[in-house]
Design a protein around this ligand. Structure first.
Ligand code: ADP
Length: 383
């Protein structure tokens, strides 16, 4: 008997598992939608993705930051080019907005290969995937964004495609069904995921190269902002760039978005030049503070500190205090508050760290954050 426990994958997909799979995919969709629409959301909607296209670095040398990933990737690509063969499949993991799609596009550009883009939620049935795979040309790069959201039956097809460049197309149903093997052209799969922990081991193991993207330092974001300003034709002072970089939550997508909002402000209220003052005034108006916290983030912190003495307090109680759904607080505000070291999740509830008190201009009580030090909880944000 083999099964997922034995690490061989989900070779049998029963109705129960399919239902669970559908629930998992729907829950993930809700999670993502809860965050959209905020100025400091790391996610982008379709319109924003169009605008972003113009700001994407096109080649590896233009990519800012992620030095290690850049170097490793350049070796993988260079080696493949010398051998004249498609490189190993590449898995990119990390939070949204850090450059996974950008890197996928760069991989195709560096290889001089065409790129096919799809995403996990678009692949609901094995047939959806077979349709794409069977039309790939030799050496093509196929990018699957949010690969952890590919439906199970298609995932099984992907294993075979990645390993043997072959898919089995099922003809007929029930006992009479037959699998017809179909050869596909050698291709390179680039998978991106914000939740590497959700990827089944057999899928993860089929990637020859895995890169994890980290949040960016403010200096790196400053470079990205200056580059984007150049592309947008906006005049930007260095201190203006620093001001935006510090509030961008380590995320290029947010940096580029804040830059566009500050540009609007500078054009309408000023002379179009982004100075330190223009950036400050604009971001104050948009309620993004010096640490990149927005109104909801600050409301959660203020409730935690002022109403509950720094906690521990349960998620639902905290959510009621700020007039939001528990899920909104958990998905939208908490991840960044935890990462910024302002809040901790402990088994007894949410706790404010001394930094949270200081952020609100208050003096932390002597025992502030003692719960945090006593019971650290592993970071479960990104799987
Ligand atoms: P992801 O796929 O991880 O969500 P994207 O690749 O779509 O992120 O990047 C979001 C935006 O941030 C794009 O406009 C891109 O130009 C910019 N960006 C991301 N990483 C970098 C980087 N290293 N250098 C310059 N710009 C970047």
């Amino acid at each position: 008997m083999t099964g997922p426990e034995a690490g061989t994958g989900h070779l049998e997909t029963g109705p129960g598992e399919l239902a669970a799979d559908a629930v998992r995919r729907a829950a993930e969709q809700d999670r993502l939608e809860a965050d959209s629409g905020r100025l400091v959301s790391p996610l982008a909607d379709a319109d924003e993705r169009d605008i972003e296209g113009a700001l994407r670095p096109k080649r590896l040398a233009e990519l800012v930051g992620q030095a290690r990933v850049r170097e490793q990737l350049s070796l993988v690509l260079e080696g493949a080019l010398r051998r004249g063969r498609a490189p190993d499949h590449v898995l990119l993991s990390g939070p949204p907005g850090l450059g996974k799609t950008t890197i996928a596009m760069i991989i195709a550009a560096e290889l001089g290969a065409p790129l096919r883009i799809t995403s996990g939620p678009a692949i609901e049935r094995a047939g959806d995937l077979a349709a794409v795979l069977s039309t790939l040309s030799s050496g093509e790069v196929m990018f699957i964004d949010e690969i952890h959201r590919v439906a199970r039956p298609a995932e099984e097809m992907l294993y075979l495609a990645m390993e043997d460049f072959r898919v089995d197309v099922m003809i007929g149903k029930g006992p009479g069904a037959t699998a017809i093997p179909l050869e596909i052209a050698p291709f390179t799969l680039v998978g991106a995921t914000t939740r590497a922990g959700l990827l089944p081991a057999p899928l993860r193991d089929r990637f020859g190269f895995t890169a994890h993207l980290d949040f960016y330092e403010p200096e790196e974001l400053g470079i990205i902002i200056r580059r984007s300003a150049g592309l947008l034709g906006v005049e930007l002072r260095d201190e203006g760039a620093d001001e935006i970089a510090g509030r961008s939550r380590g995320t290029p997508r947010i940096a580029n978005r804040l830059l566009r909002r500050v540009r609007d402000f500078a054009e309408v209220r000023g002379n179009g030049i982004i100075t330190k003052d223009a950036a400050r005034s604009a971001l104050e108006l948009y309620e993004v503070d010096e640490s990149g916290l927005d109104r909801l983030d600050r409301a959660v912190l203020a409730a935690l500190v002022r109403r509950f003495g720094g906690g521990p307090v349960g998620l639902s109680t905290l959510a009621v205090a700020v007039g939001e759904e528990a899920e909104t607080v958990e998905v939208v505000a908490e991840p960044f508050l935890v990462r910024a070291g302002l809040m901790a999740r402990t088994p007894r509830g949410r706790v404010a760290t001394p930094a949270a008190w200081e952020h609100l201009g208050l003096v932390p009580p002597p025992d502030a954050g003692s719960q945090v030090r006593g019971q650290p909880e592993p970071d479960k944000l990104f799987g």
